[in-house]
Design a protein around this ligand. Structure first.
Ligand SMILES: [Zn+2]
Length: 259
C-alpha cells in the first residue's frame, strides 16, 4: 500500500482513509466488465466511493486493520433496508490490511444483488447522550450471505487472478434478474444449499431448515412450497441441476466446501 501518504496525517483514522483510498484507486477493478480501474467518486457521494468508468456500477470500499470476521459495520439501518428493497445497494469491497506493514491481507467483494434483508442486523440506537441520539446503524452479517457471493480477490495477501474473479461474478449475475422482493428468498435458500456441503441433495435436506427460513421470513406460512419454488429458481438460473423429482445437484464444476 502507498504507506508514505500516511506521513502527512497524525490521526490514525485519516491515515487509514488516505492510504486505503489511494490503494483502491491503483488496484481495484471492475468484476462486472473488463475495466482495469475504478474511478473515485467526489467526496461525500452517498453510499459509493468508486464508479466503474465503463459500465457505471458503483462500489463502496470498507477497510479495517483487523480480520474481516462475520460483521461489517454499515450505515443507517433504515436506509440500508430501503436500498435493498429498491435494489440500490452498491457493490461492497471489504478490505483487511495490516497496519504495521501497510499490506493488504484480504479483500472480498459482495455484489450489489447479493444483499438480502436477512443479512442486515440492526444495531442498538445511539443513547440519549450522543450527538445523534436515536440514530440506528446496522451490521452486514457475512454468514447470512451465500459463500459464492463473497468473492475473494485477495486471501492471506495472495491475489486471485482477475479472470477467476470475473467468472465468479458472472455466475452470480442471474440473481440480478430476480425481483428484490423475491431475491431474499433465493439467496437464503442458496445459502442453505451451500451449507449442506453435499454435491447431491433432496428437498428433505433443505426442509430441515424450514423453521430457520421461517424465522427469516415470518410473513410466509408456506415455507416448504417456497423452498421448492426457490430450488426451481436456482435450477433455472444455472446454480443447480435437477437430477429427478425432488433431487438436486450442484453443477459438476461448482462443488465448494461448506463454510
Ligand atoms: Zn464495469
Amino acid at each position: 500500500m502507498p504507506a508514505h501518504l500516511a506521513l502527512n496525517y497524525r490521526s490514525p483514522a485519516q491515515q487509514a482513509r488516505v492510504v486505503t483510498e489511494a490503494w483502491g484507486r491503483e488496484n481495484l477493478y471492475c468484476p462486472n466488465c473488463q475495466s482495469p480501474i475504478l474511478t473515485p467518486t467526489p467526496n461525500n457521494t452517498a453510499a459509493s466511493d468508486f464508479l466503474c468508468p465503463a459500465c457505471g456500477l458503483p462500489y463502496q470500499l470498507k477497510s479495517k486493520s483487523s480480520p474481516i470476521g462475520n460483521r461489517i459495520v454499515d450505515a443507517a439501518y433504515n436506509a440500508m433496508m430501503q436500498a435493498i428493497r429498491e435494489d440500490r445497494t452498491p457493490n461492497l469491497y471489504a478490505l483487511h490490511y495490516n497496519r504495521v506493514a501497510w499490506e493488504v491481507r484480504d479483500l472480498i467483494l459482495i455484489p450489489h444483488f447479493a444483499f438480502s434483508v436477512s443479512a442486515i442486523e440492526a444495531r442498538k440506537p445511539l443513547g440519549a447522550g450522543a450527538r445523534r441520539a436515536g440514530w440506528q446503524g446496522c451490521n452486514i452479517v457475512l454468514n447470512n450471505i451465500p459463500t459464492d457471493a463473497k468473492i475473494r480477490l485477495v486471501s492471506g495477501g495472495v491475489p486471485a487472478p482477475p479472470r477467476q474473479v470475473r467468472e465468479s461474478f458472472r455466475r452470480l449475475r442471474p440473481l440480478k434478474e430476480i425481483s428484490p422482493a423475491e431475491r431474499g428468498w433465493t439467496l437464503d435458500v442458496l445459502r442453505v444449499v451451500r451449507a449442506l456441503g453435499k454435491h447431491q441433495f433432496a428437498n428433505g435436506d433443505v426442509y430441515a431448515f424450514e423453521s430457520y427460513l421461517e424465522s427469516l421470513h415470518p410473513d410466509n406460512r408456506h415455507v416448504r412450497d417456497k423452498i421448492r419454488q426457490q430450488l426451481q429458481v436456482l435450477r433455472d438460473r444455472g446454480f443447480l441441476v435437477q437430477v429427478e423429482r425432488g433431487v438436486w445437484a450442484l453443477r459438476d464444476d461448482d462443488v465448494r466446501p461448506a463454510r
